[in-house]
Write a protein that binds this ligand. Structure first.
Ligand code: HEM
Ligand code: HEM
Length: 177
């Protein structure tokens, strides 16, 4: 079903667009910090970016909750998906956008260590109350799913550019507004 054959809106509303591009900038920051940490450990870039990883991730976790609610509430007022694959791709992006930061936060909570972001205490230190399964879940899946999310984002961007070649499938103007 293409947008020409439906009477659904031609573009995403401004809240959806602000959330999409604002969060894209947030993901660029968080993944830069993760890449610097993995490949230039303890280099200047890592020392600058890594201390911001958890706080930026927390911000993205908050934004994805709002984005998800907004997407569900406005689903009938959004452009129709170009294909089932596109819908499933967006669904997978949402699943990982939720899972990756929340697994990170769960590990932080389970470790019993204090967590402060933007000068605000998010979690107090609870050294005698730790949860091994939360720490293990984070250890096993946070980074792994984080890299899967990065691969999906690259695929998402490549597909957007490929769709530009066919005017009836060009979805970029929907998100640019
Ligand atoms: C959407 C947001 C996030 C993304 C995409 C993300 C992604 C990643 C990735 C790809 C890595 C692997 C880095 C490496 O291999 O060196 C990583 C590591 C890590 N992340 Fe996140 N992260 C996010 C949010 C968070 C949050 C909210 C926390 C905690 C509050 C957190 C805590 C950590 C920690 C402690 C590590 C190091 C893990 C280790 O060395 O095993 N992250 N993250
Ligand atoms: C340069 C970077 C990006 C470009 C050019 C881009 C482009 C687009 C376009 C054109 C759409 C509309 C697709 C359609 O209606 O079929 C879209 C939707 C979407 N994009 Fe991106 N995107 C980018 C980055 C990201 C990132 C980093 C994420 C999240 C991890 C993301 C997640 C989504 C999701 C979930 C949708 C579905 C609409 C929504 O609920 O927001 N995008 N993107």
């Amino acid at each position: 079903m293409t947008r020409e054959t439906t009477n659904t809106p031609q573009t995403y509303d401004s809240v959806s667009r602000i959330l999409h591009w604002g969060m894209a900038a947030g993901f660029a920051w968080v993944f830069s910090s993760a890449l610097a940490h993995k490949f230039f450990n303890e280099g200047a870039l890592d020392s600058f970016l890594w201390p911001t990883h958890k706080a930026a991730g927390l911000l993205l976790a908050a934004c994805v909750v709002i984005r998800l609610l907004w997407a569900v509430l406005n689903r009938s007022r959004r452009p129709a998906s170009v294909s089932l694959v596109a819908s499933l791709g967006h669904l997978a992006l949402y699943a990982l956008m939720v899972a990756v930061p929340f697994i990170g936060l769960l590990r932080q909570f389970g470790s019993g260590r204090a967590f402060e972001a933007f000068g605000v205490q998010i979690m107090a230190a609870t050294p005698d109350q730790t949860y091994g399964w939360m720490v293990d879940l984070g250890g096993n899946f946070h980074s792994l799913l984080g890299w899967v999310l990065l691969a999906l984002i690259v695929g998402h961007i490549v597909m957007t550019l490929l769709h530009r070649r066919d005017p009836s499938q060009d979805v970029l103007p929907r998100m640019l507004g």
